[in-house]
Ligand binder design. Sequence first.
Ligand code: PBG
Length: 327
Amino acid sequence: MEMTKRPRRLRGSMTLRKMVRETRMDKASLMYPMFVMDGENKVEEIPSMEGQYRYTVDRMGECLQELLDAGVTSVMLFGIPAVKDEVGSQAYDDNGVVQRALRYAKEHFPQMYLVTDVCMCEYTSHGHCGVLCDHDVDNDKTLELLARTAVSHARAGAQMVAPSDMMDGRVAAIREALDEAGFTNVPIMSYAVKYASAFYGPFRDAAGSAPSFGDRKTYQMDFHNSREGIKEALLDEEEGADIIMVKPAMSYLDMVAKVKEQVTTPIACYSVSGEYAMVKAAAKMGWIDEERIICEMAVSAYRAGTDIYITYFAKELAKCMDEGKIG
Ligand code: PBG
């Protein structure tokens, strides 16, 4: 058989395969989403996310230390307040749970890079991502509260803010407010291409943030659309977003690749709670090999072009990188 091109030639040994790898990654690009809650001395496992916990501020150090030991150096904080109200006041209270967590982490774990999720749904009694006017979220009134939240986070020590609400114009509003407050160097990572997705189910369970009526389809994107995602990404870049995020990850890697071609910011993608829960459940049944699956999920996100990978499996992936299983 005469063949000049034999692709298998480059697959002959592990050394060779590693030499010609097209996708390489680094622990520095992993970000871990973490839940902090009001209260004292509590660590609660999240029922639909086995192996993930909610921590009170006084116990969050346990998690941060484990991450640092594994070589994961950035976290994204989500707050679960004891009380919620119509206008989500705990979101922008300087003594809110995320603000206290930031002050604690900044003091005790200065090596950890602190990012905060900026949204109202964990703080509103109705579970929507903004303030309501009749039965819909009032976009422009919400902007002011998001901006207040971002500034309050920065004041407490957030090094980067990540708005996830999907209101129009929020990046510009937050940029302006941060700049006015003197935080010109705090970057904004925008959840720009965020779809209305059933993959967020376990998160809403974790944060008690499921909307009490309706859904999020008037602000999060319709998953049938791709060009609309480019529109969102371009708008947010124009408004001053420093990093553009695509979310969820696994079913949306086409968007990671497309957005990467359209913007000049770094790209992040978020492997969300439903992706985590599916892997955990199938692994528990003995139907898949958990470690190999999470490696494939991560590598495919990087292969699609992500620069930052936000994942509940950050620690496990860091270990796989150390052991040379990926990377
Ligand atoms: C807040 C927010 C959500 C997630 C991140 N930020 C939930 C939602 O939009 O309903 C989802 C994260 C996950 O599922 O892991 N708006």
